[in-house]
Design a protein around this ligand. Structure first.
Ligand SMILES: [Zn+2]
Length: 118
């Protein structure tokens, strides 16, 4: 996951997160660890194995990088962007939620693994 929650329930991007602060999963509120280095895409991972419904730990580097790149592109194109925004009224957490002006928000899912035609 690219976004985690601090103790004040503010959402923080892994790219700008402070290493000295504790973070929590916005979905299950369990502790997460900041993973950021020279090679890996900055992200958070649950400290302990969990059956979190909101975030699986199976996100690949390509998936994390793709979500971040799409968010950056939409933001630079004038959209308001929310990464991994929870939508409790429909129990969904799209990769990216974009909105331009007063238009309806658009939920985007970044798919970077093969899908069959079916
Ligand atoms: Zn979780």
């Amino acid at each position: 996951m690219l976004i985690a929650m601090n103790a004040q329930h503010q959402l923080v991007n892994a790219a700008t997160a402070d290493r000295q602060i504790e973070y929590y999963c916005p979905g299950c509120v369990q502790p997460v660890r900041l993973k950021r280095g020279a090679v890996i895409v900055p992200h958070f991972a649950h400290v302990h194995a969990t059956d979190c419904d909101a975030f699986s730990e199976g996100e690949t580097t390509d998936h994390l990088r793709g979500k971040q790149q799409l968010a950056t592109w939409f933001a630079a194109s004038g959209y308001t962007v929310r990464l991994e925004a929870g939508l409790p009224e429909i129990h969904q957490r799209p990769d990216i939620l974009v909105r331009r002006g007063t238009a309806q928000p658009l939920a985007l899912e970044f798919q970077c693994s093969p899908l069959s035609v079916e």
